[in-house]
Design a protein around this ligand. Structure first.
Ligand SMILES: Cc1cc2nc3c(=O)[nH]c(=O)nc-3n(C[C@H](O)[C@H](O)[C@H](O)COP(=O)(O)O)c2cc1C
Length: 185
């Protein structure tokens, strides 16, 4: 790791007007000066088929290479039916295989999430944390960034307008950078 902590961010939504993608875009402007954030679009990652896990698509190769090259990962997750969306789970499954080539291994990782309901993706975030156990990720515990009623905090142009949420994301990024530096010694 150099002086700059490289963070790779991705959102578990393919929706153009996604509130979770909006959180990531907001994070681009809130990242500390000693870090940089790149956003990866999960669109185009095929459904996982174990018969084909040794023949990854170019898109999956790119995704895995970017995770491996990053010092830390930031995931913005929606909540679907009290859990994480299939798009996100599929991308994680794909990048964790084949056995012995898990791109997430020992990666510091932070979560944030937005939903239109009152729990702000909390249940999905806890399901995601469970996946980190087998992935051997080093999950950041605090702060938790759960954004309820996202439709009131993100405008029609997909811009985060809520100051408190911006502050939370800033705090999350600062904590992720500190956590990453601490883990890498
Ligand atoms: C299949 C599906 C299931 C959903 N389940 C939940 C849910 O369990 N909890 C919740 O708060 N919102 C739920 N929602 C609403 C999402 O919070 C909302 O669609 C949100 O905008 C998705 O994130 P995005 O804007 O990043 O695409 C669900 C939406 C879909 C499409």
């Amino acid at each position: 790791m150099g002086n700059i902590v490289k963070i790779l961010g991705f959102a578990g939504s393919l929706r153009k007007g996604s509130y979770n993608r909006a959180l990531l875009r907001a994070a681009l402007e809130l990242v500390p000066g000693d870090a940089e954030l790149e956003i990866f679009d999960l669109n185009g990652i095929s459904l996982f088929n174990q018969d084909l896990e040794n023949q990854p698509s170019e898109k999956l190769k790119e995704f895995k290479a970017k995770i491996k090259a990053a010092d830390a990962v930031l995931i913005a997750t929606p909540e679907y039916n009290y859990s994480i969306p299939g798009v996100l789970k599929n991308a994680i499954d794909c990048a964790s295989r084949p056995y012995g080539d898990n791109a997430f291994e020992h990666k510091p990782v932070a979560i944030m999430g937005a939903s239109i309901g009152m729990t702000g993706s909390a249940r999905a975030q806890y399901h995601l944390r469970q996946c980190f156990v087998f992935l051997t990720c080093f999950a950041l515990n605090h702060p938790e960034v759960m954004v309820p009623f996202a439709q009131e905090k993100i405008d029609k142009d997909g811009k985060l307008t809520d100051q408190k949420t911006k502050e939370k994301i800033r705090e999350l990024l600062e904590s992720l950078v500190a956590w990453t530096r601490r883990l890498k010694g």
